[in-house]
Design a binder for this molecule. Structure first.
Ligand code: FAD
Ligand code: FES
Length: 358
């Protein structure tokens, strides 16, 4: 895996998808094409200055891997800094700093396999699911896909036409259930919300919980966790359920007790990045390792700073840290010593963190 890096990319197209969602297609120059090759379900971190402040936000790629375009879709969040800027001020021809693709909300493809995929998406949570859906349908001709997509109203359904088109082109392989939480049922669209009751109903019908090969969940944290827990209870093995959160409640701090010889001194932190080493001292109850490293001049990758995007992932080579939150590392990664540095604080006198670890 190459080190994530930002490059200035021009917006080739700015397309209105719904009243409150815009999609941006980036032009990737040929010399950067390899760096922006992505896996279905990955995301980009966009960086710009708004009102004099640097702002970074992550957006899932909604294109399929064979579509030869790099596109994200951004839905307005009330009072949100970047999402409103994107919807109101961005236009074709402008440039943004775009980080190379990241994220592991994806599974390997096998053209010979006949797998069963299920996805639950709500609102803007459709973006990575659309990439996964398009890619699986194109690359695994024998696999089947069931999508459950929740929105408030018909007019807020993002990519409605694109989804219809996919369904018509892949009859018998793609089924879509739309759910509307704020409008009565109408042709082909059901009324209701995604939750435990619906999942139990589907498990008594089209979803065979025990045999489904991969489940992708993307939407509000409460919905995603409720669906995951209900599917697990119905027999879906936990490792087949993949989650992507776009945000979470305010980040909490680590509260573990340091095991250092003298907690008063703070810990010595060494950061390894691009083959270079940087050392500094950090109080046990101080900043996160990521924030402290930035104060000491390091330029490390990050985006959400709340444990969801995984951009700040690195490996602990020496010592121990406490992570406050982790919504994005897989259990095997934690086992192997990977941490989210935006959530990590030292527990031992010496901690060595490697950003070059694949
Ligand atoms: C891996 C990843 C992929 C993402 N992909 C997409 C995507 O494809 N499309 C997309 O539109 N967004 C996506 N997001 C969310 C996106 O990064 C921003 O968080 C979102 O656009 C809000 O940013 P903002 O600057 O407008 O709001 P901010 O100024 O950061 O926040 C303003 C207020 O809104 C709240 N808030 C922030 N985000 C949300 C939210 N999603 N829902 C409800 N309230 C919120 C905050 O708590 C705060 O109170 C993704 C996030 C992650 C981590
Ligand atoms: S910056 Fe997003 S998980 Fe750390």
């Amino acid at each position: 895996m190459s080190t994530p890096s930002f490059h200035a990319l021009t917006i080739g197209e700015c397309r209105r998808e719904t009243a409150d969602t815009v999609s941006l297609r980036f032009d990737v120059p040929p010399e950067l094409a390899d760096r922006y090759r992505f896996a279905h379900g990955q995301h980009l971190t966009l960086k710009t200055r708004i009102g004099g402040e640097e702002v970074r936000r992550s957006y899932s790629i909604c294109s399929g891997v064979d579509e030869r375009e790099l596109r994200v879709a951004i839905k307005r969040v009330e009072g949100g800094v970047f999402s409103n800027h994107a919807n109101d001020a961005l236009a074709a021809g402008m440039t943004l700093e775009v980080m190379t693709p990241m994220g592991r909300f994806t599974t390997p493809l096998d053209p010979a396999a006949a797998k069963t995929y299920v996805a639950f998406a709500a609102g803007s949570g459709i973006t990575p699911i659309l990439s996964i859906l398009k890619t699986v349908l194109a690359r695994e001709p024998r696999s089947q896909f069931l999508l459950i997509y929740g929105n408030r109203t018909v007019s807020s359904i993002i990519f409605r036409e694109a989804l219809e088109d996919l369904k018509n082109r892949h009859i018998g392989r793609l089924a879509i259930h739309h759910l509307l939480s704020r409008e009565p049922e109408e042709a082909g669209l059901l009324s209701g919300r995604i939750g435990a009751d619906l999942v139990r109903e589907l498990c008594a019908g089209p979803i065979d919980a025990a045999s489904v090969d991969a489940v992708f969940l993307c939407g509000p944290q409460a919905m995603v966790e409720e669906v995951r827990d209900t599917l697990t209870a119905a027999g879906t093995p936990a490792e087949r359920i993949h989650l992507e959160l776009f945000g979470t409640s305010a980040p909490r701090r680590a509260s573990a007790t340091p095991v250092s010889s003298d907690p008063a001194d703070g810990a010595t932190i060494a950061i390894l990045q691009d083959g270079k080493r940087r050392e500094f001292t950090l109080a046990y109850d101080g900043d996160s390792i990521l924030d402290a490293a930035h104060r000491h001049g390091a330029d490390l990758p990050y985006s959400c700073k709340s444990g969801v995007c995984c951009t700040c992932r690195a490996k602990v080579r020496e010592g121990k840290v406490a992570m406050a939150e982790n919504y994005s590392l897989e259990p095997w990664e934690v086992e192997a010593g990977y941490v989210l540095t935006c959530q990590s604080r030292p527990l031992t006198d010496r901690v060595v963190i490697d950003f070059d670890a694949a």
